[in-house]
Design a protein around this ligand. Structure first.
Ligand SMILES: Cc1cc2nc3c(=O)[nH]c(=O)nc-3n(C[C@H](O)[C@H](O)[C@H](O)COP(=O)(O)OP(=O)(O)OC[C@H]3O[C@@H](n4cnc5c(N)ncnc54)[C@H](O)[C@@H]3O)c2cc1C
Length: 380
């Protein structure tokens, strides 16, 4: 077994690590406080090729694999989770076009995505359909060569930023044998009838753009359908597996950030005449955090590696996402505990990590949903 990254993956990790330290760390708290999307950070991420790294080289992307994406996502998330999330979600959503799109869609959308000049979003969740994806009710009807879309999507990541270019939405396009026919359709930003709501005020991920979207007689050409009509469920399930690896990597990054912050603090904070890192109770917390980070990273990278080999990886992706997100929440909680009262004060980064952690066990499928998927694969 070879646990080493390739030279290319190591170079990408170094690039992301340096970028995170130089360009993200100095501004992360500021954008969080202002609840503002850090546009200059994304523009630079696009310029150095990170935003477009997983897109095919023939469209101007980096042609990197999912292991590389996981490694880079972890590095960005050590410093600032919302940046890691958007980078990973963008790669995942764009890959729907890479895997399932037609030539015209690839020619139109992949070059700007690959060059990092544009972000794309994915709209599955609705007010009445969260964990139960089949409950979606946003409908697209074919009229005179156009899809007419009506419905509402909620909690959509980075659909309303200045560089958001398109959203791929899951819609109902019909019924057959009392089963809903689900399809995925591209809706370019600016299409009449596609309305982007105000950003939510969130507990964490405050610099991440999250909005409700509504579609009111929104018309797009028939050719904006991705792949075959009725294949939407298969398409979004495939990318959700990929997305779970991304969120798993975000969670590893957050847990590692908590460990770094907590170790540094514990070595400086003196109580009872010694740095608190000399107290065994604190050492045990740090040791557990470090062990969990290693285990979660191995699970995330293994799932990503299986995907690059073209082998089934859905169960492993769910396991990795489940474990990594749960240990990330625990690392943030223990990190605050190690910081004592100062951990509850916003001047200390651990407070931001704490606020950013909880959604990791909810987004991209809750922990309960991951357990349902794993149990199903076990044959239950
Ligand atoms: C910041 C943020 C960003 C997001 N970004 C996106 C995005 O870009 N695109 C997108 O489509 N969505 C996005 N989401 C939505 C996210 O994926 C959903 O919130 C998530 O899937 C859970 O759905 P829900 O919130 O409706 O919870 P519900 O499905 O209502 O679940 C509520 C609780 O019930 C539990 N539950 C539900 N069904 C079962 C069951 N059968 N058995 C046991 N327990 C069950 C759940 O685990 C959970 O604990 C985002 C959400 C947030 C907050």
């Amino acid at each position: 077994m070879d646990f080493d990254l390739t030279p290319e993956q190591q170079a990408l990790r170094q690039l992301a690590r340096d970028f995170a330290q130089k360009e993200i760390a100095p501004v992360a708290a500021l954008y969080d406080e202002r609840e503002e999307f850090p546009l200059p950070v994304y523009q630079k991420l696009g310029e150095i090729g990170i935003l477009g790294m997983v897109f095919p080289e023939q469209y101007g992307g980096g042609g990197a694999d999912l292991v590389s994406l996981a490694v880079v996502t972890e590095e960005l998330s050590v410093v600032d989770v919302p940046v890691g999330v958007s980078e990973s979600v963008n790669g995942m959503v764009g890959s729907i076009i890479t895997f399932f799109g037609n030539q015209q869609q690839k020619d139109q959308w992949l070059p700007p995505l690959a060059k990092g000049r544009m972000l794309c979003s994915f709209g599955l969740t609705e007010p009445g359909a969260g964990s139960d994806a089949m409950a979606i009710s946003t409908r697209a009807s074919l009229e005179d060569g156009q899809w007419v879309i009506n419905g509402t999507k909620c909690f959509i990541t980075h659909a309303g930023t200045p560089i958001s270019g398109l959203i791929i939405i899951a819609v109902v396009t019909g019924e057959s044998k009392s089963r809903k026919e689900l399809s995925c359709i591209i809706v370019p930003k600016g299409t009449p009838g596609y309305n982007i709501g105000a950003p939510y005020r969130k507990v964490g991920w405050r610099s991440s753009d999250t909005r409700e979207l509504s579609f009111l007689d929104c018309r797009v050409p028939e050719e904006n359908l991705i792949g075959k009509r009725g294949k939407g469920f298969h398409q979004f399930m495939a990318v959700l597996d990929w997305g779970r690896i991304g969120i798993g990597a975000v969670a590893v990054g957050l847990a590692r950030g908590c460990l770094d912050q907590s170790l540094k603090y514990a070595q400086q904070r003196v109580q009872f005449g010694v740095p608190i890192s000399k107290h065994q109770a604190i050492q045990f917390k740090l040791a557990e955090m470090a062990t969990n980070v290693e285990a979660a990273r191995l699970m995330v990278l293994r799932a990503a590696h299986l995907q690059t080999l073209g082998r089934p990886f859905g169960k492993e992706a769910s396991m990795a996402k489940l474990f990594a997100s749960e240990i990330a929440v625990r690392a943030a909680e223990e990190g605050v505990q190690i910081h004592g009262g100062y951990g509850y004060i916003e001047e200390y980064p651990i407070a931001r990590y704490y606020r950013n952690s909880k959604i990791l066990t909810i987004g991209e499928g809750t922990s309960e949903v991951q357990k349902m998927i794993i149990a199903r694969q076990l044959g239950c």
